[in-house]
Write a protein that binds this ligand. Structure first.
Ligand SMILES: NC(=O)c1ccc[n+]([C@@H]2O[C@H](COP(=O)([O-])OP(=O)(O)OC[C@H]3O[C@@H](n4cnc5c(N)ncnc54)[C@H](O)[C@@H]3O)[C@@H](O)[C@H]2O)c1
Length: 475
């Protein structure tokens, strides 16, 4: 293990500082100190495909496991992103980063070079925008390589069906596949799950609520594409600009609703489900709109997102799940999740996607007198680290580990809510799964010269959802 990385909290802070400047703010997500250093000697190598903020974080999580794993190949569509991630990771992980220039790959087929650099038992990390998930997964399966892929994994019906089919092959090959829905690895939520389902602490779950209401998030708000040679990093074509601003475009990410809200949707569906079962809502209806569409300096935002969403999901037993998403300046910020039952209620995520402490209460009021349990506030577990621990242990001990089916279902349920709000229709999960609109059918054929999958009009505006008017497709 790289001792300079393990050593102290201050070195961790330095790494975060360094990676934050190069990899962006989301590099901070999921970097942790290793607290276990097992005797395991099997060398796992990893290859990073998508060297942005989360990619840097996931590679750091991988290299912080016992063994320790090495990073041996990197791939991206932008040279400057790969270089930035390489420099940050090399700076902290030293010899654990063994990526000579011949194993740095740039382009839309760069993933092949990175995956081909691995051997059986190794792991490919997929942290590009989701549009490329099925493309990369397909190749990893062909090559018999284990995978860690970030959420969401799909944004529409056709790719959801494709991923479920692909995963049958991955399971047949006994590949281990982690999906970055890290809430499920968060200890306070695991404890809450047991309290709800084994201890029956809040009774029958009949209502779940998630809130992700913040300011302008990620790249969800875009002003017009300025054109090439306008000083943007990487000097992107319109296609490359859309990729680098993926939260703005439904084909690339499923938009802000999918990318930001999936964590609450995923853990709330899990908290509704008894052990060993995965319950998903059967239908959804919702509202949403675009009211904050002018930038603070007076320019129109041209992306495809709504800035507010309120979606009502219904489970088979009639239980409801509400997901409220808002990306708007000046409105009240809320970022929590709740579970209600016939006897009491719970706060699941106290803040963020899955941060504790989680608590249970008798009745429906969260007061000190009503509190039944709260998880240890000092429990500083990091689910981004744990999800890798589970994956690497499964590889070393050849235990079954495949999170893809539930990752696809969480992505599909998220898309269902987005679709319902975007079209103004009540939609069933079946209809969403069997829908024919594929946002980026040629994601596997894109080249640097390809036209962007969604085109702007003469004013530089992209097609947007119009509930009640466009009812069969989102745009
Ligand atoms: N689990 C979490 O908490 C969490 C946190 C942040 C991001 N994410 C997810 O991780 C993914 C990446 O997000 P990010 O914030 O790191 O974005 P990012 O833009 O910082 O990084 C994405 C990287 O992928 C590269 N890329 C794009 N298309 C590519 C292709 N076809 N082949 C190779 N490289 C390609 C980009 O150039 C960029 O370097 C998203 O799906 C996002 O939802 C998850």
């Amino acid at each position: 293990m790289n001792n300079s990385f393990v050593s102290s909290a201050s070195s961790r802070r330095e790494f975060l500082k360094a990676s934050g400047t190069v990899l962006g703010a989301s590099a901070l997500a999921g970097v942790n100190l290793p607290h276990v250093h097992a005797a395991g000697s099997d060398q796992i190598s990893v290859a990073l495909v998508g060297c942005g903020g989360r990619g840097g974080g996931a590679a750091a999580n991988a290299m912080s496991q016992s063994g320790p794993p090495k990073l041996v190949a990197m791939a991206d569509v932008f040279q400057y992103r790969l270089d930035g991630a390489f420099n940050s990771l090399k700076n902290k992980f030293k010899d654990q980063v063994d990526v000579p220039d011949k194993r740095k790959f740039i382009g839309f087929d760069a993933y092949k070079g990175a995956i081909d650099s691995l051997k059986k038992g190794d792991v490919a990390i997929f942290t590009t925008p989701l549009a490329f998930r099925w493309v990369h997964f397909k190749y990893a399966i062909e090559k018999g390589i284990n995978v860690f892929m970030e959420k969401p994994v799909t944004a529409d019906g056709p790719t959801s069906r494709r991923m479920l089919e692909l995963n049958k092959l991955a399971k047949a090959k006994n590949l281990k596949v982690g999906v970055g829905l890290m809430s499920r690895h968060k200890k306070c939520l695991q404890q809450l799950h047991a309290r709800i389902h084994q201890d029956n602490e809040i009774g029958e779950v009949n209502l779940l609520r998630g809130y992700r209401m913040q300011g302008l998030l990620g790249s969800a708000f875009s002003e017009r594409y300025p054109g090439k040679d306008k000083g943007l990093p990487g000097n992107p074509s319109e296609l490359m600009w859309q990729i680098s601003r993926f939260h703005s475009f439904l084909w690339a990410s499923g938009g802000g609703y999918s990318d930001f809200n999936i964590h609450h949707i995923d853990h709330l569906c899990w908290l509704k489900s008894p052990p060993g079962k995965e319950l998903w809502p059967v239908k959804a209806q919702g509202v949403g709109g675009r009211t904050s569409r002018i930038s603070p300096d007076g320019k129109p935002y041209v992306d495809q997102n709504f800035d507010s969403y309120a979606v009502e999901y219904t489970f088979e037993d009639g239980a409801k799940m509400y997901m409220n998403g808002r990306t708007m300046l000046g409105a009240v910020p809320m970022y929590h999740s709740f579970v209600h039952g016939t006897k009491g209620m719970a706060q699941a995520a106290k803040s963020g996607d899955c941060n504790g402490p989680s608590s249970t209460f008798k009745g429906q009021t969260m007061s000190r007198e009503n509190q039944l349990w709260t998880s240890d506030a000092k429990m500083a577990d990091d689910p981004y680290f744990t999800e890798w621990q589970v994956l690497t242990e499964a590889i070393r001990n050849d235990k079954p580990h495949n999170e893809v089916d539930r990752g696809v279902m969480s992505s599909l349920v998220t898309s269902l809510g987005r679709y319902a709000a975007h079209t103004g229709q009540e939609v069933t999960l079946d209809e969403m799964l069997n829908h024919t609109h594929e946002f980026a059918p040629d994601a596997d054929k894109l080249t640097f010269d390809s036209p962007a999958p969604v085109q702007a009009d003469a004013n530089g505006l992209y097609p947007v959802p119009e509930p009640g008017k466009k009812t069969k497709r989102e745009y």
